[in-house]
Design a protein around this ligand. Structure first.
Ligand SMILES: [Zn+2]
Ligand SMILES: [Zn+2]
Length: 141
């Protein structure tokens, strides 16, 4: 993958993540097949419900649990529209949390490229698996 292509995805992730509605995590995700973007997602409340930015966070164990994470929303957007995501790639602003990792692995996504680190206690349990690789993209300008 060349620098130009990476920068292209990075810029699009910036635009997608600007719609995130929980300011504790400004995250965007896009699904890509053969260099074409087939779905996008950002972290926000389930459809039709109020957002953290309007009514405040919903905190449990120091995490805001009101939102669906960007990666999962990208998968769900594809599902809602009947788009096959088996074998595609995911680009995300941040390394997925362990909950998203589990979902990503079973969705058929084969590679995840992320730009920023995010750490939780359980990623290591799922990160190394047979079906999906999680790859950090070195900073590009
Ligand atoms: Zn929130
Ligand atoms: Zn997550």
């Amino acid at each position: 993958m060349n620098k130009k292509q990476i920068l292209y995805y990075k810029n699009i992730l910036g635009a997608v993540s600007s719609r995130a509605s929980c300011n504790r995590a400004i995250v965007g995700a896009i699904l890509v097949r053969n260099r074409s973007i087939i779905s996008t997602g950002y972290n926000g409340s389930p459809r039709g419900l109020q957002h953290c930015d309007d009514i405040g966070h919903l905190i449990s164990n120091n995490h805001c649990v009101r939102t669906i994470h960007a990666e999962v929303n990208a998968i769900l957007c594809a599902a809602r529209n009947g788009i096959n995501i088996n074998g595609c790639e995911l680009y995300s602003s941040y390394k997925p949390c362990f909950q998203c990792m589990k979902i990503i692995i079973n969705s058929g996504i084969k590679r995840v490229f992320y730009f920023n680190d995010y750490k939780d206690d359980f990623q290591k349990e799922f990160e190394k698996n047979k079906y999906c690789k999680f790859i950090k993209i070195k900073c590009v300008e």
